[in-house]
Write a new protein. Structure first.
Length: 374
C-alpha cells in the first residue's frame, strides 16, 4: 500500500517548476532509508495524508480484523469450556456455558460484533461461569472504543483539513510589470471566492534561481525573498476582495537590473504564498502558486473588477475579469537604467546617447520574439 506520495508528474515537462500553478510542490522524496517504518511510526499523519481509498480501506480492515480476532478468542474460550459440544449441552440440564447461545464460530463472530459495539440484541450474553470471558468482554469493549476514536479522528481530520480551503483561493494566471507612482513594480492578483474571509492574511514571495558563489559553489535553487504587500510595503492585507500584490523593483530587489529583454532570457521562478486563518474553523491555511519569466507580462496592468452597485448598495466583484490585463506605456529598460535615466533628465534635461542605443537594442531583441513594444 503506497502510504507515501509517489511521483505523479511526467518528467517531460516544458518547464522545470518547483511549485505548480495549482500549488502542489514538484518535489519527490527519494532514497529515504527505512521510509515505510518511519511512515508507520507516525500512522495518524500517514492516514490523514493518504488518499481516501487507502484511509477507508484501513478503516474497514481495522474493524474486520478486530471482530475476527476477538471471535477467535471467544471461540477458544467456548471450545475450552466445552460449550460447543452438543452432547454436553443436551445431556446436562444444569450446564452453564461461558456465553449463552454460542454454538459455532459464526455465533462467536456475531457476539464479538455485538460486544465491541454494545449492540446487545439480548440472546447472547456472558455468565459468571468463566472469569476469562468477563475479562475478554471488558478488554474488547475498551479496544473497540479506542479503534473508533482513532478512526473517527482520522476521518474528521481529513474532512476538516485546511488544505481544502485553498481550492477557493485564487492567484492570477500571469504576473505583470508596470509603473506605479513612477516606480517599476511586479504585480500579481489574489482572490477568495468564499463569503467567509481569511483572517490575518499575509503574502510572501521568493525568487528561486541558480547562483554561483564567489568560491565557485553552484546553488541550484537559491532562494531570495521579495518584499511584497498590498501597497508594496506591508505583507498583511485586508482580504475582503481580490487584491493586487505589489513588489516594488528597488535597488534591494533581485529584479532591479533586469530589462524586458532580460526577462526573455533569464531562468528563474517566483513562488508566491498566501497564508491566513480560516474564519469559520480557526485553522491556518496556505495557498501557493508560481510564475515563470514567460508568465510575467511586461507593460501590462490588471483590469479593475470591483464596482459599486447603486441599486443594492453593494460592492460587486466580477471574477470573469480576474485574469484580464491591458497594455500600458512602460519603459523597456531595467529599473536601474530607468532610475539613472530619470536622474539624467532631472539634472541635464536630455538623455545620454548610450541609453538611446540600449533602447534600440532592446526593441530589436523584443521584435525577434514578437513581443509588442509600448
Amino acid at each position: 500500500m503506497p502510504l507515501y506520495r509517489q511521483p505523479r508528474f511526467s518528467s517531460r515537462r516544458q518547464y522545470r517548476r518547483v511549485v505548480f500553478k495549482h500549488g502542489e510542490c514538484n518535489v519527490v522524496q527519494g532514497k529515504v532509508a527505512k521510509r515505510r517504518r518511519k511512515y508507520l511510526q507516525d500512522i495518524f499523519t500517514t492516514l490523514v495524508d493518504a488518499q481516501w481509498r487507502w484511509t477507508l480501506l484501513v478503516f474497514s480492515m481495522n474493524f474486520m480484523l478486530s471482530w475476527l480476532g476477538f471471535a477467535v478468542v471467544w471461540w477458544l474460550i467456548a471450545l475450552n469450556h466445552g460449550d460447543l459440544e452438543l452432547s454436553v449441552r443436551d445431556n446436562n440440564s444444569t450446564w452453564v456455558p461461558c456465553v449463552r447461545e454460542m454454538y459455532s464460530f459464526t455465533s462467536c463472530f456475531l457476539f464479538s460484533v455485538e460486544t465491541q459495539h454494545t449492540i446487545g440484541y439480548g440472546s447472547k450474553h456472558t455468565t459468571e461461569e468463566c472469569p476469562e470471558a468477563i475479562f475478554i468482554m471488558c478488554l474488547q469493549s475498551i479496544v473497540g472504543v479506542m479503534i473508533q476514536a482513532f478512526m473517527v479522528g482520522v476521518v474528521f481530520a481529513k474532512l476538516s483539513r485546511p488544505k481544502k480551503r485553498t481550492q477557493t483561493l485564487l492567484f492570477s494566471r500571469n504576473a505583470v510589470i508596470c509603473q506605479r507612482d513612477g516606480i517599476l513594480c511586479l504585480m500579481f492578483r489574489v482572490g477568495d471566492m468564499r463569503k467567509s474571509h481569511i483572517i490575518e492574511a499575509h503574502v510572501r514571495a521568493q525568487l528561486i534561481k541558480k547562483k554561483m558563489t564567489i568560491e565557485g559553489e553552484l546553488l541550484p535553487f537559491h532562494q531570495q525573498e521579495l518584499k511584497v504587500g498590498g501597497d508594496g510595503e506591508e505583507d498583511r492585507i485586508f482580504f475582503i476582495w481580490p487584491t493586487t500584490i505589489v513588489h516594488k523593483i528597488t535597488p534591494q530587489s533581485p529584479l532591479y537590473m533586469l530589462s524586458a529583454a532580460d526577462f526573455l532570457q533569464e531562468k528563474f521562478e517566483i513562488v508566491v504564498v498566501l497564508e491566513g486563518v480560516i474564519e469559520s474553523t480557526g485553522m491556518t491555511t496556505q495557498a501557493r502558486s508560481s510564475y515563470l519569466p514567460n508568465e510575467i507580462l511586461w507593460g501590462h496592468r490588471f483590469d479593475t473588477l470591483v464596482s459599486f452597485k447603486k441599486e443594492t448598495g453593494e460592492h460587486e466583484v466580477d471574477y470573469s475579469l480576474f485574469n484580464n490585463t491591458y497594455v500600458v506605456d512602460t519603459p523597456l529598460c531595467s529599473a536601474h537604467d530607468l532610475k539613472k535615466l530619470i536622474s539624467l533628465r532631472a539634472h541635464t534635461g536630455k538623455i545620454d546617447d548610450s541609453f538611446l542605443e540600449k533602447k534600440k537594442k532592446i526593441n530589436h531583441f523584443l521584435q525577434l520574439f514578437n513581443v509588442p513594444i509600448n
